[in-house]
Design a protein around this ligand. Structure first.
Ligand SMILES: Cc1ncc(COP(=O)(O)O)c(C=O)c1O
Length: 420
């Protein structure tokens, strides 16, 4: 067997493992898709072994685990988990039915009533809703503090605080959070905490993907993903993943088994066979286009503000250069753009409606990390739960179209709705 360790991540995403700790498929070129809800047990002893070993690290139980029932564990999903852990440089990965299922499990499996988390104010709308609508009912405390203000974070951390939680880049405003600075704070706090009460650094890495940023290298403990976005890449599968330290594997597997939000094997297979091998290729192309589109938007009189980590004007340029690096070490600012229009010159709703009706290369739709360029209005769509309509901003997820077409569609929509 060739030793994979010497190959670069881009190559490993194409070839994946030829064998996983959970399934030997060394004679397949494309990994197999298993689809069986339940598994034959040769003996009562095998059945009981399957249950008693469930959720243990595979190295602890030998090469071939005993499969029992799809909701407990399943080999296709398990290969994807090995690949995702590998891509992030982590110890283990557990996948879920959606990004939200991964987030709620990664938190729900460790928090006890009375525990607290500290979270950045700006988050994906449903994560904000989880923290504001559901966590108070579970008696989980949530402090919302600017995570780049380390003194402010330190001031709210107490003995009950278990998690520092953020996205970087944030959805939708593309703020970056300094992961290494939060690691240093967590280490300070953990100096006199027991192992089972350590303060953990959680990051939702959905916007960057492991291609643009590997947060474990900067000191994060847990990396969360919506696989629905660029990791799946084609807009056909919903899924989520948590890359975790080995110490969290058993509670996460138990939580997934009992709350039941598993990733279906067919979705796991599609993400593994189509999404992961093409991730670097898609993101490189999307980034190339995003740079051009962001530069063009920035130059328009009617654009009040254009945020893209690859622009010279990006306010956290030093942090962007430090954290957003691809597998080859090149700067990787991603495919997301956030901008606002000058309300005196353009009505943003009319602009969005014009895109929806007339643009071929841009689709008015939520979600992101798709082959198609998607545009949405966070205040009234993905982030409407914040309830602050304020400025009508626009989030663009750049796809694989020609940059010239995307710019031409933006230009004609702006021309059509410009006042005066
Ligand atoms: C940053 C971020 N995290 C999590 C999610 C939730 O993912 P899913 O829709 O797969 O549950 C989203 C969805 O848009 C997101 O943008």
């Amino acid at each position: 067997m060739p030793r994979r360790k010497h190959y670069r991540p881009t190559t490993r995403l194409v070839h994946g493992p030829e064998h996983s700790s959970k399934w030997d498929f060394s004679h397949h070129v494309t990994p197999p898709l298993s689809s069986s809800t339940t598994y034959r047990l040769d003996s009562a002893r095998r059945g009981s072994r399957g249950f008693s070993e469930y959720g243990l690290r595979h190295s602890e139980i030998g090469e071939q685990p005993v499969y029992i029932y799809d909701r407990l564990d399943e080999p296709t999903r398990a290969i994807l988990e090995d690949e995702l852990a590998n891509a992030e440089g982590g110890e283990c990965c557990v996948t879920f039915a959606s990004g939200m299922a991964a987030i709620s499990a990664a938190l729900g499996s460790i928090l006890m009533p009375g525990d607290e988390i500290v979270a950045h104010p700006m988050l994906y709308g449903c994560t904000h809703s989880l923290f504001t609508n559901w966590y108070p009912r579970r008696n989980f405390g949530v402090h919302r503090v600017d995570m780049n203000d380390i003194d402010a974070v330190r001031a709210v951390v107490n003995d009950r605080t278990r998690v520092l939680y953020f996205e970087s880049p944030t959805n939708p405003t593309l703020e970056l959070i300094d992961i290494a600075a939060l690691r240093a704070l967590a280490d300070e706090v953990n100096a006199d905490r027991p192992e089972d009460r350590k303060l953990l650094v959680y990051i939702d890495n959905t916007f960057a993907t492991p291609f643009c940023q590997r947060p474990l290298e900067h000191g994060a403990d847990v990396v969360l993903h919506s696989l629905t976005k660029n990791l799946g890449g084609f807009g056909t599968e919903i899924g989520g993943a948590a890359v975790i330290p080995e110490s969290m594997l058993t509670p996460m597997m138990m939580y997934r088994k009992d709350f039941g939000a598993i990733l279906g094997s067919k979705s796991a297979w599609a993400i593994m066979v189509y999404g992961l091998p093409t991730l670097p290729l898609r993101l490189k192309r999307q980034q190339y286009t995003a740079r051009k589109v962001a530069r063009w938007l920035e130059d328009q009189d009617c654009v009040a503000r254009c945020v893209y980590p690859g622009l010279e004007s990006f306010s956290q340029a030093e942090l962007a250069q430090r954290q957003l690096r691809d597998f080859d070490g090149d700067f990787a600012p991603g495919n997301m753009i956030y901008f606002t229009l000058d309300p005196k010159r353009v009505n943003a709703i009319r602009f969005a409606d014009t895109i929806a009706h007339d643009a071929y290369s841009i689709t008015l739709a939520v979600s992101l990390g798709h082959t198609k360029t998607l545009m949405e209005m966070p205040e009234t769509m993905t982030h409407s739960v914040y309830g602050t309509p304020g400025e009508a901003s626009i989030r663009l997820s750049i796809g694989l179209e020609s940059p010239k077409d995307i710019i031409a569609d933006l230009e004609s929509a702006l021309d059509a709705v410009k006042r005066g």
